[in-house]
Design a binder for this molecule. Sequence first.
Ligand code: PLP
Length: 238
Amino acid sequence: MTPLETAPPGLAGGRRVFLKREDVHELGAFKWRGALPTLEQYQTRGARGVVTASTGNHGAATAWAARRTGLSAVVFAPQNASRTKLDVIASQGAEIRLVGRDLDEAKEEGRAFALARNWPFFEDGDEPAQYGGYGEIAIEILQQCPERPGAVVVPVGNGALAAGIGLVLKERSPGTALIAVAAAEAPVMAPEEAAGTTAARVEALAAGPGGSVPCPRPPPRQATSATRSGKTTRTERA
Ligand SMILES: Cc1ncc(COP(=O)(O)O)c(C=O)c1O
């Protein structure tokens, strides 16, 4: 269980704010929570290795989980990927293949490679086990928080983290709002798409096993922030 800490006053702005310290994990991020159960499933189904494509945390988490499950891992990354992040992936024992100009090209190569080896291709955000793993974060928050949280604010990339957390909140603390936030500088999902897709994933996953929806491609617009039901107000933006 990662710590839930009271936010420093400068950050809290007079409100009661807590920080869920997923960064204290050795990889510095939450991604292992989804990668480990996903790779355990691959292993149970007889896989000997796993292939993925990533420029950073997802690749590192896949490599970390592969080491723990005894699978081989091959991580495809675009040629311009950050050396620092690649070093983390390599330090976990994964083989790195630098191909393509961007992540989409690296994914394409990775999928072909996985198919040829008959290994699973781990697409970040497409595995139901990831949502269960991320849901553990919400379960911990509800256990650790001294009162029912009014809202849980979640950073958004492809929306899987927010969906996994939202699924648990919906079941166990329906009065808690889920606020999904994308950095204005990061060209990820547009706010209305983030909100709609996250809500759709929560609904689909709530409907039962296999009910995930695919990750959308980032739109060519600047993302700002989003809630489950639409855009946030200015005051909600963190
Ligand atoms: C540190 C960190 N926070 C948040 C996110 C967003 O998670 P998701 O892509 O599941 O929406 C990511 C995704 O890589 C991440 O690495």
